[in-house]
Design a protein around this ligand. Structure first.
Ligand SMILES: [Zn+2]
Length: 239
C-alpha cells in the first residue's frame, strides 16, 4: 500500500521552505505527500495591517493576494511532486492581530483558530490516512505556527509525528513555542541535501515570488541560502 505523509503547513510556503527537501525525497521514494496549508482563506477588501501586509510586497489592493499565493503554492508543490491542499482558515492579520510585533506574541485567548484547527486537522487525518504527519516545531514563535504546532500535538492520530525546523525563522534568534517539547525529549534527524536536491528545492521556493523579497531580500539571496543548506533538520519524539 502507498504510504502517506500529511504535511501541515501554516502558510502558503512554510512546508516547502522548511521541509521541501525531505518531502520531495519521500515523494521520490513512492510516498503520496499531501501538503495541507491551513491559513489560505481570502477576505474581500482587506484593511489596516492585513492590507499593509499585501501592499508592502508591492501588490495593490485590487489583487486577490491569497489567490495569487495559492497559485504559487500549487506550482511549488508540483515542482517537488507534492499534492497541495488549501484550507480556508484566515491568517493572523485577518484575526485581529494588528502589527508585526503582535504576530510573534502569545496567541489571543479568543483567537477563533484555537477552536477551528482541531476539527480541521481531524478531517485531514481522516481524509488522507497518513502514516506520518509533518508539522512545524514553531521556531520563531509566529502565532499561526504556534497554533498549528499545538493543534498537531493535541490531534489524535497513530501517525508518526515529525517536526520540521521552521525556515527561514530558524536562522533568527527567537524561541520555539514555549509549550513545545524540550530539546531533551526530541530525537534529531538530518535530511542531507545533495547539490541536485538543493537546486530542486530552490527552484520550488522560487515559485513563492510574492514572499521572496520580504523573507530573503530577493530570489538570488534565497537561492544562495538554499545552496548553503547542507541538510534540513527534523525532530521526532524520543522513543
Ligand atoms: Zn509561516
Amino acid at each position: 500500500m502507498t504510504r502517506v505523509v500529511l504535511a501541515l503547513s501554516p502558510h502558503l510556503d512554510d512546508a516547502v521552505f522548511s521541509a521541501g527537501g525531505g518531502l520531495a525525497a519521500r515523494a521520490e521514494a513512492g510516498w503520496r505527500v499531501v501538503v495541507a496549508t491551513l491559513f489560505t482563506g481570502g477576505v474581500d477588501a482587506p484593511k489596516g495591517f492585513a492590507l499593509a501586509c499585501q501592499l508592502d510586497k508591492g501588490l495593490g489592493p485590487e489583487i486577490d493576494y491569497m489567490a495569487l499565493r495559492r497559485g504559487e503554492d500549487e506550482a511549488a508543490c508540483a515542482a517537488l511532486g507534492l499534492h497541495a491542499v488549501h484550507l480556508p482558515l484566515l491568517e493572523a492579520p485577518h484575526r485581529d492581530y494588528h502589527s508585526a510585533a503582535e504576530l510573534f506574541r502569545a496567541p489571543h485567548a479568543d483567537d477563533p483558530a484555537r477552536e477551528a484547527l482541531g476539527p480541521a486537522l481531524a478531517e485531514l487525518i481522516e481524509a488522507h490516512g497518513p502514516d506520518e504527519v509533518w508539522a512545524p516545531r514553531a521556531l520563531g514563535g509566529h502565532v499561526d505556527h504556534v497554533l498549528v504546532h499545538r493543534a498537531t500535538r493535541a490531534s489524535a492520530s497513530a501517525a508518526r509525528l515529525c517536526w520540521w525546523t521552521d525556515w527561514p525563522y530558524a536562522d533568527r534568534p527567537a524561541p520555539a513555542d514555549p509549550e513545545s517539547p524540550t530539546v531533551a525529549a526530541l530525537a534529531w534527524e538530518d535530511e542531507a541535501l545533495s547539490a541536485a536536491a538543493r537546486t530542486r528545492k530552490a527552484d520550488a521556493c522560487a515559485a513563492y515570488g510574492s514572499q521572496l523579497g520580504f523573507q530573503f531580500g530577493g530570489e538570488a539571496a534565497m537561492r544562495a541560502r538554499v545552496r548553503a543548506m547542507a541538510a534540513e533538520r527534523y525532530a521526532t519524539a524520543r522513543a
